[in-house]
Write a protein of this length. Structure first.
Lengths: 529, 494
């Protein structure tokens, strides 16, 4: 038993002895060290299309990313004018005719002459009223029947109106012609094709009685018409569309487009073949700025822009060879106003044609630029807020230094010089990012090589800028609250000293690849500083 | 105690647990088992922890262990008991604790240098420090910890004719991690363009299993006068309960930094885990919380069967030659079983691209999914041992002397086992009646590398006490040692 007790006493002592032999650290403390991390910060490729995506295919569009660059993209502006609007022209005043109807005699025929020498073979009334004001100066009652053989009621019967008028009295009748058809009576003579035929008869117990009648046709319009109409001006129409330029206005007077086109297309749309002609006359396309400045699109030959619709459509294209289009587009307007006079049957040929309120005139403007332009040296300055948490700022302070490479492979013919200045919360400059050669402040990014004659891109240009940040700058970076980015950009050789800078050609597929990568010396260690 | 932990695998150095608390909890559980309930002497694998007597012999046990010490090593040696004798182990009077932990790369001196600080502040590593630290991992960055215990063991030998019987309930918990050198290199020196970082040497396996074993051994004395005096044969059957398993089965991952610092590579990893309900583990894909009910007798997460076979030959009166094949079998893990799988390409060229970063995170955390079951083997080992007992009259030393030579070959790298063969030599010397048994030995190979063991045995009639360490370098030069090992325990013998 003594051995047992001794053994039990020895056991913990042995264990304590073993453990006591170790020189155990009082506290495990993770060491600190600096490590170079080679990190890919970003790798992005943008096309011009990405940068300036069109907002809509159906409008004249200035497509911007909201910032520094402006590009006029192809777009369409369309307007549809209902011919019905023009068919309402007849609603300019009543036409009337007075006549006398003797009682107990054969029928009396009279005619209401259509306005503007219009001759109608067939038509459908969209609206309209036929009115009769009747006076009976006789001493006996008169029973009257008005028959209009050219007007067929919706039920297919001829329009007939009866009235009974006591002696020495007067009355009036107003009849609604809506949805009634007109068809020139077969027996109506050629010389009366421009009139509405009315046939009246009266009966009275008193011999020698008669009535005085005034007939009116007013407020009428047709939903379709077959006949002949003389040359008629439908008046001026004005269409305006706004361009959302945003900061693109900064490019005004520094932006030159070499090639572009503006196509006007007008089309008469109808299910009928035998249409009246239209003339779109004296078209004026104006570029308007909000400050009232405007620039007119003019033909070089000075002629007005007028065309007729023959066989349904007409196309007219403006470009730098026949107009001042490049100047017009480079004006960078806030809106574009298009006005024109519309003339129906411009040939005034008195031929029978068909017009319907289902017909329409489609008017469209398509502006296309081949994006060939030059931008003179243009400066932009923008201030961005650096939104970093305090924790993020603490982590940045663990950085001991960095060599950042900005690799830019540019297939867009624009040179850019970027100056990046970081400031504290009071906008006091902390330091400016510079490339380490020649002490030049700006980071330079060269545009692609271009053919000076055609402006076409030959090959992309690679520019590598290296930025060195020492620990002091990284400390300042951790205190930065704003970054002021100043960019100077121009197309190839389009300097301010060059009054006629070469133009360059852009395609929406032109691209720029930006890789930012570098070595960051980072200090791994305790959280406590 | 908080046992609600979320599990997901990492590879590429961070190893296993998304939530480190699970590892802490598991280690605590293992410690609890070891301290509170252990008493005796299991052996798992070719390099695992062992009873204090065998540990003092540098785990030279195949031909030198006997009675309940032979359980799990060579059931044939169960017959090496006196007729009518009984052996058992309990927590009284001295609980058995067998512990072995360490690394193959970091000594205490190095730990102090790198992690001990300087005047209470973190050491700032110079370039030379970084290079030296990196080179520590050049031959592998293995970290391991093994605990073993026996909740109960009992052996009886009534007669030679009836043979020997034994019952045992033994636990083993442990794990091994190999930190890829590429991780250390990356962490210290950063990613160098053009250099390929390969994480394929990453390893991780950990488990806690319990064997309910029944053993039988019979000796067959040779009646002839030849050199073969005795043959013993033994067999053990085991019902195996597994309480948790977490392991990486395959890693084929690498990354490389390109000329524009773009990072490319391949992520390929498969891992499995299973946990007893008692751990209350909640996976990422679990929608429900699980309450933890930690205990010694939790419902198992996996079940399996295994057996040991052993043969011993006693030659002349002094030699003993033993062969054994242990832990033949498998475990089928069914409770809270999950598979972690990643197989994809890695590409990062834009840190501002959140899609790339999110994708990278997904690739490194893996896709966890619940699975019905998966199976693992047992730490199967082939053992060979040669023992020689020096007679007192032949001994050039006073007292008795037992010499042993072992060869152990594991067939897998499950915790406690090693595919690297281990050879050991040990001796047990009792100079006199009143002097304790003195034991020592050396072991080479296995997962431990070179180890010098020493031990001490005190026999007090019916009770014996043993103390040992299998890594005596820790005692001789504690601050240069990379491992620590100790074991002690007691055995009742009637």
């Amino acid at each position: 038993m003594k051995r047992l007790i001794s053994t039990l006493r020895i056991s913990p002592l042995l264990l304590a002895l073993i453990i006591g032999c170790f020189d155990l650290p009082e506290e495990l403390i993770l060491p600190e060290w600096d490590v170079d991390l080679n990190v890919p910060i970003t790798n992005k490729t943008y096309t011009i299309y990405d940068m300036f995506k069109p907002e809509s295919k159906n409008s004249l569009t200035s497509t911007l990313t909201g910032d520094d660059f402006y590009l006029v993209q192809s777009g369409d502006y369309g307007a549809k004018s209902e011919v019905a609007n023009y068919l309402d022209m007849f609603d300019q005043g009543p036409i009337s005719q007075s006549f006398v109807i003797p009682a107990n005699t054969p029928e009396t025929t009279t005619f209401l002459v259509f306005p503007d020498e219009m001759e109608i073979e067939e038509a459908t009334f969209k609206s309209g009223f036929l009115s009769f004001a009747i006076q009976n100066p006789s001493n006996g009652v008169i029973l009257t029947l008005f028959r209009i053989p050219g007007i067929i009621k919706p039920n297919g019967t001829e329009l007939q109106i009866e009235c009974s008028l006591p002696a020495f009295s007067s009355d009036s009748i107003i009849y609604d012609l809506t949805d009634h058809r007109y068809s020139i009576p077969v027996n109506q003579q050629e010389q009366n094709k421009n009139s509405l035929q009315m046939v009246a008869s009266a009966n009275s117990p008193v011999s020698g009685s008669f009535e005085n009648v005034n007939s009116y046709l007013f407020n009428f319009s047709f939903s379709s018409l077959t006949g002949s109409i003389q040359r008629t001006s439908l008046g001026n129409k004005r269409i305006s569309t706004s361009l959302d330029l945003n900061d693109a206005a900064d490019f005004r007077d520094k932006f030159f487009i070499k090639e572009g086109s503006l196509s006007l297309r007008t089309e008469y749309i109808s299910t009928n073949q035998n249409n009246f002609g239209f003339e779109v006359s004296n078209i004026q396309i104006s570029a308007m700025r909000k400050n009232g400045e405007q620039k007119l699109l003019r033909r070089i030959d000075g002629q007005s822009i007028t065309f007729s619709l023959v066989n349904g459509s007409y196309n007219l294209t403006f470009d730098e060879s026949n107009s001042n289009l490049t100047e017009f587009i480079s004006f960078l307007p806030d809106s574009v106003v298009i006005s024109a006079e519309y003339i129906l049957n411009p040939s005034n040929d008195h031929l029978v044609r068909i017009v319907s309120n289902q017909d329409s005139i489609m008017f469209s403007v398509q502006l296309s630029t081949k994006s060939i332009f030059a931008i003179k040296q243009t400066n932009f300055t923008d201030t961005l807020e650096i939104d970093l948490s305090q924790d993020d700022r603490e982590k940045i302070r663990d950085g001991m230094g960095a060599d950042l490479n900005i690799y830019l492979e540019n297939a867009i013919p624009i040179d850019a010089f970027v100056k990046v200045t970081l400031t504290d919360e009071n906008y006091s400059p902390l330091f400016t990012l510079t490339k380490n050669q020649n002490g030049v402040d700006s980071l330079q990014f060269l545009g692609s090589q271009v053919n000076n004659n055609t402006g076409q891109i030959i090959s992309p240009t690679v520019t590598l800028n290296t930025i060195k940040l020492d620990s002091a700058k990284i400390m300042q970076l951790s205190n930065a609250h704003y970054v002021i980015i100043s960019t100077t950009m121009n197309t190839k050789n389009a300097t301010n000293e060059n009054p006629n800078p070469p133009t360059v050609q852009f395609k929406s597929s032109d691209w720029v690849n930006i890789k930012c990568y570098g070595r960051v010396k980072y200090h791994f260690g305790s959280e406590e500083k | 105690m908080l046992w609600k932990s979320q599990i997901s695998f990492w590879f590429g150095g961070k190893i296993v647990m998304k939530n480190i608390f699970i590892l802490k909890n598991l280690l605590f559980a293992i410690f609890l088992i070891g301290v509170v309930s252990s008493t005796a002497f299991p052996q798992f694998g070719s390099s695992g922890t062992i009873d204090a007597r065998s540990m003092g012999l540098a785990k030279t046990y195949n031909s030198t262990s006997m009675g309940i010490y032979s359980i799990g090593i060579n059931p044939a040696n169960l017959s090496i008991m006196d007729e009518g004798s009984v052996e058992f182990s309990t927590i009284i009077p001295l609980p058995f604790i067998s512990f072995h932990s360490g690394t193959d790369f970091l000594s205490m001196n190095q730990l102090n240098y790198y992690f001990g600080g300087v005047d209470g502040k973190a050491r700032v590593l110079t370039e030379n420090d970084k290079q030296d630290f990196n080179e520590l991992f050049s031959d592998g960055g293995a970290v391991f910890a093994n605990f073993s215990t026996t909740l109960f063991s009992f052996a009886l030998k009534s007669s030679i004719e009836t043979g020997s019987f034994a019952l045992s309930v033994s636990d083993f918990a442990g794990g091994n991690v190999t930190i890829p050198q590429a991780i250390v290199d990356l962490g210290l020196n950063g990613n160098q363009p053009g250099k390929k970082y390969d994480f394929n040497d990453e390893k991780f396996k950990s488990w806690w299993i319990r064997n309910y074993g029944i053993s039988y051994s019979r000796e067959f004395p040779m009646e002839s006068e030849g050199w073969l005096k005795n043959i013993s044969a033994g067999i053990s059957f085991k019902l195996v309960h597994g309480y948790y398993y977490a392991g990486i089965e395959k890693v084929n991952t690498n990354i490389e930094t390109g000329s524009y610092n773009e990072i490319t590579g391949n992520a390929d990893m498969i891992g499995y885990s299973a946990f007893s309900d008692g751990f209350g583990v909640k996976y990422d894909f679990d929608s429900l919380e699980h309450e933890s009910k930690l205990g010694l007798f939790m419902p198992p997460a996996g079940n399996g069967f295994g057996f040991d076979l052993g043969l011993s030959f006693r030659l002349e009166d002094n030699w003993n030659v033993s062969f054994a094949l242990t832990d033949i079998g498998s475990i089928n893990w069914t409770k809270n079983a999950a598979k972690f799988n990643v197989e994809s390409e890695i590409f990062i060229d834009d840190l501002t691209n959140e899609e790339q970063l999110d994708s990278l995170k997904d690739k490194f955390t893996g896709n966890a999914e619940a699975i019905g079951s998966f199976s693992t083997g047992l730490p199967t080992v082939f053992r060979f041992g040669l023992g020689y007992a020096v007679n007192e009259e032949d001994n050039f030393l006073p007292g008795t002397l037992l010499l042993g030579l072992d060869y152990n070959q594991g067939f897998n790298d499950l915790p406690g086992n090693s595919l690297t063969p281990r050879v050991s030599f040990g001796f047990e010397w009792k100079p006199g009646d009143w002097i304790p048994y003195l034991r020592s030995g050396i072991s080479i190979g296995g997962s431990d590398g070179f180890a010098w063991a020493v031990g001490l045995g005190l026999y007090t009639g019916v009770i014996e006490f043993n103390f040992a360490t299998s890594y005596f370098q820790t005692i001789v030069s504690p601050n240069a040692a990379k491992q620590i090992s100790f074991a002690f325990g007691s055995r009742w013998k009637f």
